[in-house]
Design a protein around this ligand. Structure first.
Ligand code: TRP
Length: 340
């Protein structure tokens, strides 16, 4: 008999449609992983409430948008579990129990949380207790299906380390082993620059190309794309490194010989930005076409999409309930159980 597959859990906050940054940083990797592992893909709507409790409508829309984007890029609900956090009530229970086990100091030392809190403060948003406590919620996400691996970006590393520390602490406190200590799995490409040249493609920076953008808006966004600011004329020698046009060519133009040729000519001042961008827009649209097509097919039958989430969340509940039975027993929350 073959070994049972190792388990993966990863998730996304439903706060908007997904973009090319999500694709190279996560989705492309997930599509491969779903064949090799037992995968749980989580739509973390509770976590989204942490800083978007004032915009429920956006979360509602994004849950379905994210699902469509997942299906469009080739994530397959027959291979992987698509689940919604709030449809798995065991999540709330484990989150609460883990909050008892986790020292407050761990939250204060989490650099990712610190950065995000600073951002909320800069935006004059009220910091809720739920937001402050979300790393414990993410630990619960990972532990409910007893994941071995968590594919995420570098920025999520502190949360995975916290998960490992909490597993050790839980086992030590209750003297039984319930969970594997999960490892982080970092993707091939860390992050993608925005079309404005900022380090990160991000909805809040308004510098994204979305997986759901139509051909015309992609072409228009590429036309406006930031290039080499030191180059004034097409005959000036240009810089390729860090130039978003070439970062995107590297990531999305499968014709590497063409990319190398463009780079060489760009450095020598023998090709203009207009030409580089014209080719890039065509390649991006060719890359996005099959994604758009699949998205449209699913968008035409939204009830099936809702069924996929309902069925996946059901599987999520089953595995989560099995884990919770072990957790309640480990913590001896079994007062009414009668002796044998
Ligand atoms: N915090 C992650 C992000 O912002 C999303 C997430 C929620 C997640 N729960 C998770 C990632 C569990 C990995 C595992 O991208």
């Amino acid at each position: 008999m073959s070994e049972p597959k190792q388990r993966i859990l990863t998730g996304i906050r439903p706060t908007g449609a997904l973009h090319l940054g999500h694709y190279v940083g996560a989705l492309e990797n997930w599509v491969r992983l779903q064949d090799q592992y037992e995968c749980y893909f989580l739509i973390a709507d509770y976590q989204a409430l942490g800083d978007h409790f004032d915009d429920i409508e956006r979360i509602r829309k994004s849950v379905l948008d994210v699902t469509l984007d997942w299906l469009a890029v080739g994530l397959d609900p027959n291979k992987a579990v698509f689940e919604v956090q709030s449809a798995v009530p065991q999540h709330a229970e484990l989150h609460m129990l883990l909050s008892m086990v986790m020292p407050l100091g761990w939250i204060d030392r989490n650099p990712t949380l610190k950065t995000e809190m600073q951002k909320l403060e800069d935006e004059n948003k009220t910091l809720s207790l739920g937001f402050y406590n979300y790393p414990a919620s993410q630990v619960a996400d990972i532990l409910l299906p007893k994941a071995h691996l968590v594919p995420v970006g570098e920025d999520q590393r502190p949360h995975i380390e916290m998960t490992r520390d909490l597993v050790k602490r839980f086992h030590h406190m209750f003297q039984v082993e319930v969970f594997p200590e999960p490892d982080i799995l970092v993707g091939r490409v860390g992050r993608l620059v925005g079309i404005d040249g900022q380090a990160k493609m991000s909805k809040s920076l308004d510098n994204c190309i979305y997986l759901s953008d139509d051909e015309k808006s992609v072409t228009e966004k590429v036309r406006r794309m930031y290039t080499d600011p030191t180059r004034l004329r097409a005959t000036d020698p240009g810089h390729v490194e860090g130039n978003p046009c070439f970062v995107y060519h590297d990531a999305f133009n499968p014709d590497t010989a063409e990319v190398e040729d463009l780079k060489a000519r760009y450095r020598e001042g023998k090709v203009g930005d207009v030409e580089v961008k014209r080719i890039l827009a065509a390649k991006l649209n060719a890359f996005l076409d099959p994604i758009r097509e699949r998205r449209a097919q699913y968008a035409a039958r939204m009830d099936d999409v809702r069924d996929i989430l309902e069925a996946g969340s059901g599987r999520g509940r089953t595995i989560a309930e099995a884990t919770m039975a072990e957790v309640r027993s480990a913590m001896r929350l079994t007062y009414t159980e009668k002796a044998g």
